[in-house]
Design a protein around this ligand. Structure first.
Ligand SMILES: Nc1ncnc2c1ncn2[C@@H]1O[C@H](COP(=O)(O)OP(=O)(O)O)[C@@H](O)[C@H]1O
Ligand SMILES: [Mg+2]
Length: 321
């Protein structure tokens, strides 16, 4: 039986009230023409996006005329650690495929900011403008394979993302328009120590992530591992290719957690070829500290299409939406 206890939402509700004063719902943190960075190199133009926490601005590198993105968060909130964490992850991933380049990190008035590579739209926004609000299987497979690669790179450095979802995956611009980038490392956590050993597992963890996409393990407040990022990818792909997740209309978090435990793969991915079921089977075999066989997950994705053509244009570029 699905548990309809609405109290499961209490934490979310309270969190939302606070969130409303931040990110895209807050007044603009930066004025147009603000100069940021060493030698006032970056000139802010305008806000282009916002999430639950941060605001993203377009800015210009005055030396090269190159467009850059500036992520800004308020330093005074309890979450000021988010930006420090985020800059640490991005710094460690510098020069790695699937992660935006970082050009400058610093404080500005009562904010912290990161100047980074300008990216294109996120996958959530792209899905919403597509016919039937769905991506094709071939695009979803290509994107899935790239995100598995991105996660393997991140995990190899000892980091978990912990909030993978369509809006935290962007495509690049121009010649990088077919490349997926991960963004938003404000919920990241190290799962390995510097010497390569695993960090001690906590018996109870505070909720991190987004309820719609997180693994059932996170609902149980268990310590996350690489497997949980792959669960987020699994649900992200389901939403991209099907246009919805079975729990989209459920209001209670408890109900959603229960749904993730009992709803079978075929109900989550009715359109994907049946070969894709082994993605779910392989995920269920992984433990918190298991190192996933990333290539196997990529091969399962690839087996769902005749061939993977990374040079083909995505349907949104062909349709011009
Ligand atoms: N480097 C970037 N270039 C262009 N858009 C970006 C960039 N980084 C983030 N965005 C956009 O801004 C949105 C919010 O950024 P994000 O880092 O996810 O902030 P939050 O922590 O508030 O969710 C993303 O969903 C994405 O669409
Ligand atoms: Mg985000």
């Amino acid at each position: 039986m699905l548990n309809r206890n609405r109290n499961g939402n209490k934490q979310n509700g309270q969190a939302k009230q606070k969130l409303d004063l931040r990110g895209k719902n807050a007044p603009a943190y930066l004025e147009p023409d603000t100069l940021l960075g060493r030698n006032a190199l970056f000139q802010v133009e305008k806000m282009i996006a916002g999430g639950g926490f941060g605001q993203i601005y377009k800015a210009i590198n005055l030396e090269t005329d190159e467009e850059v993105a500036v992520k800004v968060e308020r330093a005074s909130t309890n979450d000021s650690q988010r930006m420090i964490l985020e800059s640490k992850v991005l710094d460690e991933m510098l020069g790695t495929k699937h992660f935006p380049n970082v050009y400058y990190i610093g404080p500005h008035k009562n904010c912290n900011f990161i100047v980074m590579q300008m990216l294109g739209r996120n996958l959530g926004d792209i899905r919403k403008v597509l016919p039937h609000k769905k991506m094709s299987i071939s695009s979803s497979v290509r994107i899935g394979i790239q995100i598995v690669e991105a996660l393997s790179l991140l995990h190899t450095k000892g980091w978990l993302h912990r909030d993978l979802k369509p809006t935290n995956c962007c495509l690049g611009l121009d010649e990088k328009r077919r490349q997926v980038y991960l963004v938003d490392f404000g919920m990241s956590r190290r799962f390995r120590n510097d010497d390569g050993s695993n960090r001690e597992v906590r018996h109870y963890c505070g909720f991190r992530g987004t309820t719609r996409y997180c693994s059932y393990r996170m609902h149980d407040r268990r310590e996350q591992g690489p497997v949980d990022d792959l669960w987020c990818l699994y649900y992200t792909l389901a939403e991209l290719v099907e246009g919805y997740l079975p729990w989209r209309d459920m209001e209670s978090v408890d109900e959603m957690a229960q749904a993730k435990k009992i709803i079978k793969h075929d109900m989550i991915f009715p359109s994907m070829p049946s070969k894709f079921a082994s993605f779910d089977r392989n995920l269920r075999r992984l433990r918190q500290h298991s190192t996933p066989d990333y290539v196997k997950f990529q091969n399962i994705l690839a087996s769902c299409v005749k061939y993977v053509d990374d040079n083909a244009e995505f349907e949104w570029d062909i349709l011009g939406v």
